[in-house]
Design a protein around this ligand. Structure first.
Ligand SMILES: NC(=O)C1=CN([C@@H]2O[C@H](COP(=O)(O)OP(=O)(O)OC[C@H]3O[C@@H](n4cnc5c(N)ncnc54)[C@H](O)[C@@H]3O)[C@@H](O)[C@H]2O)[C@@H](O)CC1
Ligand SMILES: Nc1ncnc2c1ncn2[C@@H]1O[C@H](COP(=O)(O)OP(=O)(O)O)[C@@H](O)[C@H]1O
Ligand SMILES: [K+]
Length: 507
């Protein structure tokens, strides 16, 4: 499913109107019918509609007419001078006035109307919002937020369509009905919560008109990532599913590599090898008997990896992950550089592996193979030098430009994980806040290296891995709520790896 920013949506609308000669008023009417369809499902009779002066308000005026004609009890509000309403929105406002409908401009009346209405429709500000919400609309937004059921037209008023940030204040909708394409603001940052359930409706724009926009950002409808999952043949053996190595662990952090090893096994790898200091062999061996081990010396509290043992590992592995629980030590930079320069298979760098990399990120440029980097915003901050706040507000651009410069796949973790190869961007929407728990990143690393070992391309592995990781989190949430732990994620990983994958139904 494509995701656009405000400017791309404007271009698409403009192309529909100017090149395809579809009058804007028809698109607005279709938008109003799309809204009507959703309101009819809600079984409410009393509807309050709050309109702004732009086309978002125009959708609201048109909707008011359609509802009135059908006998709904509707009250319409607009808190600006009607003279400021222009174009298609003006036409729809005038029709209402010609029908003898009053459009109120009174905050007390609005509060009262909302108190007695079943649904309040927020048609105040759409993709045309610029800057912070003006002072005079703040009370209006507060009043809307008191509504029993809030339906936002296109995007909750006050949410920035490109970043999902709250521009001073915003409507927190239960339902958002948007047109033709998801907007970035629906799925990023605070916009994800403020949008509630998002419903995308067609309003008569030809598919070719959208395709001409060559949108580079997409998100998961459930079908796409599932369609990537390879079927397993009946006549098959473990050699067909990869030999993967996970390098990490130290005496103080043995749990990370245990989680990653278990996850790699649960997501289908044929053979999984743990490469860690000898000091934790008993612990790892007891908890992951299905793995094989490559215990190494330990020096100054971290694993000791010389070129000789790395070369042996390269022979044995068709994908490697480096970093879970390894510790952040200067001495680990050399082995990481050696792996990048000599290993020809795909590689995942995670956790402390990324912190080690931050000491000299230019070594990435000498990588022989495609690397997946899986930073959370803190690790991304160490890699790029940007502060965390900046990264969170510019997730897409930060991830994209890093991936492009270092010719790698970046998987920037968080509530909407961003995966990019430097050109295309996938935004993952599975998962939940319960996954903000120690060890859940280690689980993701295990999944990713397992998929790479099974022959998925690095970009596919990163898309599918983030999707599966989130689904396992959502399943774990069903059982454990926000008390879920990383091991619960591991237990749920197998769910999507089934023979009848095509018939699995996800919520
Ligand atoms: N043909 C089209 O372009 C279509 C547009 N549609 C609707 O049109 C919307 C976009 O319309 P517009 O571009 O007119 O923009 P909006 O209606 O989203 O917003 C523009 C209005 O908001 C005011 N405004 C902007 N920033 C503000 C701020 N910070 N504080 C207070 N007021 C502020 C402006 O003065 C202007 O009146 C979409 O969200 C969608 O709902 C739909 O009708 C479908 C067709
Ligand atoms: N609110 C959330 N919604 C969805 N996924 C989340 C949320 N919080 C965390 N996650 C996911 O959980 C994982 C946490 O990884 P990370 O921060 O590296 O944790 P750790 O280092 O403790 O293993 C990431 O994949 C992240 O995307
Ligand atoms: K709105």
């Amino acid at each position: 499913m494509k995701v656009v920013n405000a400017n791309e949506m404007r271009e698409i609308d403009k192309r529909a109107i100017e090149k395809y000669k579809i009058p804007g008023i028809i698109l607005m009417e279709n938008a109003a019918y799309a809204l009507l369809e959703e309101i009819e499902r809600l079984n409410g009779k009393r509807i309050t509609i709050v309109c702004g002066t732009g086309n978002n308000g125009g959708d609201g005026f048109a909707l008011a007419r359609l509802l009135l004609i059908r006998g709904y009890d509707v009250e319409v509000f607009c808190f600006s001078d009607p003279e400021k309403v222009k174009g298609d929105a003006r036409i729809n406002l005038d029709i209402l006035l010609n029908m003898g409908i009053k459009v109120y401009n009174d905050l007390n009346k609005l509060e009262n109307s909302i108190r007695y209405s079943d649904v309040v429709v927020d048609a105040l500000l759409g993709t045309g919002l610029s800057g912070e919400v003006k002072e005079e609309l703040k009370n209006v937004i507060d009043a809307i937020n008191k509504g029993r059921l809030k339906l936002s037209v296109d995007i909750p008023s006050g949410i920035n369509s490109d970043t999902g940030s709250i521009m001073g204040t915003c409507v927190f909708a239960d339902i958002t009905v948007t047109f033709e394409c998801l907007k970035l603001g629906h799925i990023l940052s605070e916009g994800k919560e403020a949008s509630g359930k998002v419903i995308v409706k067609k309003i008569g724009i030809p598919v070719s008109c959208i395709e001409e926009q060559s949108v580079k950002i997409f998100t998961s409808d459930k079908e796409y990532p599932i369609s990537l999952i390879k079927k397993r043949r009946l006549d098959t053996n473990k050699g067909d599913y990869g030999k993967v190595a996970i390098i990490g662990g130290n005496y103080k952090m043995s749990g990370a590599i245990i989680l990653a090893l278990k996850s790699a096994l649960r997501s289908g790898a044929g053979l999984v090898c743990g490469v860690f200091p000898k000091t934790i062999l008993d612990r790892v061996g007891a908890l992951v008997p299905e793995a094989v081990y490559f215990p190494c010396e330990e020096k100054h509290e971290h694993i000791f990896l010389d070129d000789y043992c790395l070369n042996i590992l390269f022979q044995k592995s068709n994908a490697i992950a480096f970093g879970v629980g390894i510790g952040n030590f200067d001495e680990l930079l050399h082995p990481l550089q050696y792996i990048l320069e000599h290993y020809e298979g795909p590689l995942v760098i995670d956790a402390d592996g990324l912190n080690v990399l931050s000491r000299n990120k230019t070594i990435l440029k000498s990588a022989k193979s495609k690397v997946i980097l899986t930073p959370h915003p803190g690790e991304m901050s160490r890699l790029t030098g940007y502060d965390i706040d900046y990264i969170n507000k510019n997730r897409i651009n930060v991830a994209k430009s890093f991936a492009k410069e270092y010719n790698s796949i970046v998987l920037l973790k968080g509530s909407s994980t961003v995966v990019t190869d430097g050109e295309f961007i996938y935004i993952n929407r599975t998962g939940n806040p319960g996954m903000a728990t120690a060890g859940s990143g280690d689980v993701l690393t295990g999944v990713l290296v397992s998929l790479l070992g099974q022959g998925y391309s690095p970009f596919e592995a990163a898309i599918l891995g983030s999707f599966i990781h989130g689904i396992s989190g959502d399943r774990a949430y069903q059982k454990h709520g926000y008390g879920l732990t990383a091991m619960d994620l591991v237990d749920n990983l197998g769910f999507l790896f089934k023979k009848d994958i095509g018939s699995i139904k996800l919520e």
